[in-house]
Write a protein that binds this ligand. Structure first.
Ligand code: NAI
Length: 302
């Protein structure tokens, strides 16, 4: 397979940043026309500069590719989308990547620190998906890549605001994947690891040397390919390593639905409730997850 995205139009939010820039350049190299959206904010949010988006657009153009800069905040998804329509007349691919960090331990975190992260990450991702959705549905094709984080998957000290948004974004991905499937709209989440001004706050440049952003871009490009059938997936990716994640559910324990259930009963079965083993399952949809409750409702558990 040789990827060719000629004729496709992509929006990359935060496209002037480390990872976003790598995605925008890689998409353009494969023939896509790219809207490079970037507000040019400070790492913690606030401020604005046209420089980051302009620089990536110039790089793409110097390679002979086609790109346009857009400086709106991702909270204004309709405006970002309009830029794609005004410039290229269509939209095929959305990479929601813009992000900021406001790390601090939870006892110091204010509502504003939570709200500002919500605006850029979760609302921003929703806002552009929401604006692009009718167009993707109408043409029966769309690829959306959303950006989560290991901090969202596993939790991390000092990142309560960021973790909440990043796992929230994957919840959005899962439901959009379910709603988009019939219209050939595929939606996935990546949790990247790469050198950027954001990661320099937690690791040194030496440690991050091999974690080049262009080692993340190929996964994003494959997830955007018309031939890629993956949807609703969650992938960790960085430094040339890529792996998919899934939920695992213990076999659990059925108590009798007709009898009183006490905290002591729960404690007595704690091992069965929490044990992962060969009888664990990996539900991938509400229908699959509903199995144990269905048994109760059908009267199979007495
Ligand atoms: P970066 O700081 O280089 O890039 C983020 C870009 O988003 C910046 O250019 C910034 O101006 C832009 N931006 C911020 N707020 C915006 C807004 N409201 N509207 C439009 N653009 C806005 O950071 P990096 O590392 O490239 O991050 C990209 C994404 O990957 C983020 O969502 C981040 O949370 C996520 N991520 C990165 C990791 C890493 O190892 N670098 C780890 C896990 C997640």
């Amino acid at each position: 397979m040789t990827q060719n995205l000629t004729g496709k139009v992509a929006i990359v939010t935060g496209g002037g940043g480390s990872l976003g820039g790598a995605y925008a350049l890689a998409l353009a190299r494969r023939g896509a026309k790219v809207v490079v959206n970037d507000l040019g904010s400070a790492p913690a949010g606030g401020g604005a500069s046209r420089g980051p988006a302009d620089q990536i657009v110039a790089e793409i153009q110097s390679l002979g590719g086609s790109a346009v800069a857009n400086y709106d905040s991702v909270t204004e998804g309709a405006r970002v989308m309009q830029c794609a329509l005004d410039t290229y007349g269509r939209i095929d691919v959305v990479v929601n990547n813009a992000g900021i960090l406001r790390d601090m331990s939870f006892h110091k975190m204010s509502t504003a620190d939570f709200e500002d992260l919500y605006q850029v990450h979760l609302l921003g991702t929703f806002s552009l998906c929401n604006a692009a959705w009718p167009h993707l549905r109408g043409q029966g094709f769309g690829r959306i890549v959303n950006t989560g984080s290991a901090a969202g998957i596993y939790g991390n000290f000092g990142q309560a605001n960021y973790s909440a948004m990043k796992l929230g974004i994957h919840g959005l991905t899962l439901s959009l994947a379910a709603e988009g499937r019939a219209k050939n709209i595929h939606v996935n989440t990546i949790a990247p690891a790469a050198l950027s001004r954001l990661t320099l706050t937690v690791m040194s440049a030496e440690q991050l040397q091999a974690m080049r952003p262009d080692l993340v871009a190929p996964l994003v490009l494959w997830l955007c390919d018309p031939a890629c059938t993956e949807s609703g997936g969650l992938f960790e990716v960085g430094g040339g390593w890529i792996g998919k994640l899934r939920w695992e559910r213990a076999a659990g324990h059925h108590f009798s639905p007709g009898a009183p259930l006490t905290p002591e009963d729960v404690a007595a079965q704690w091992q069965a409730i929490t044990r992962f083993g060969p009888d664990s399952t990996h539900p991938a949809s509400m229908a699959e997850a509903f199995g144990p409750f269905e048994k109760v409702m059908k009267g199979e558990i007495t």
